[in-house]
Design a protein around this ligand. Sequence first.
Ligand code: NAP
Length: 233
Amino acid sequence: MSVSPKTMKFFLVVGASRGIGASVTQHLIEQGHSVVGVSRTKPPFGEWIQADVSTHDGISMVCEAIGDRPLDGFLYLGGVWEEGAFTDAFSFENSSDAETRLVLSVNLIAPIELSRGIAKNLALTESPRAIFIGALSGLDHSATPEVANTASKFGLRGAVQALRLVYRRKKIGFTVINPGNVATLEVQKDIEEGRFPEQAPIPLDDLCKTIDWILSLSALTEVGDVNLIQNEG
Ligand SMILES: NC(=O)c1ccc[n+]([C@@H]2O[C@H](COP(=O)([O-])OP(=O)(O)OC[C@H]3O[C@@H](n4cnc5c(N)ncnc54)[C@H](OP(=O)(O)O)[C@@H]3O)[C@@H](O)[C@H]2O)c1
């Protein structure tokens, strides 16, 4: 279904090259919206800003590329985790300090710095939304042994609660979506090849519908955390 030029919106999607970000980008483009994606490798859909958001230069490049274009949505859907994470191969003690810093840079610092950099673009539209992908491990008493990933997702929720206060007057909505395992190709492969236990992951379509719903609301309604929990298949 495509939208009329009047309702066509412009979105910035970080992590557009694969996984959740690529699926959501495709979904938004199929609806007739315009999307610019951020990643190090080329996304299959939409315009592309090639940037490494783990670095200060990468974040500056994204803000410069957006310039003064009005933005309807900032969707931070990318992320990284530790080598071997969520499998028996993971060991915190074998994870390096560099890995900890990378995970925190991409999953926590980049969302904060990019929010500050592009809030002015979001403030130019009628009901702007910033939506971030967290994880169930970022909720209280739900940690996994992946210390950096858990800390980044837990911290992201705190940062978003604070950003909501900072940008309340500009009427920018701030939401974290915390899903269980999502049916990306990588997760499906992990289940098929036995690295993850047998399970029914959250369909990508359900994640797209959640994002559609948040984006459809007026600026009068804030959406706090949205937790998407796997049911038995
Ligand atoms: N999949 C799940 O089941 C699941 C469940 C809960 C939460 N999440 C969260 O959702 C997010 C995405 O997961 P996914 O499964 O879609 O991962 P994915 O398939 O590995 O995709 C990650 C995306 O992030 C981008 N990215 C990573 N490092 C980057 C960097 N330094 N600079 C710019 N872009 C970078 C990647 O692009 P390039 O490599 O091309 O740069 C890619 O587009 C993560 O934060 C994850 O914790 C996923």
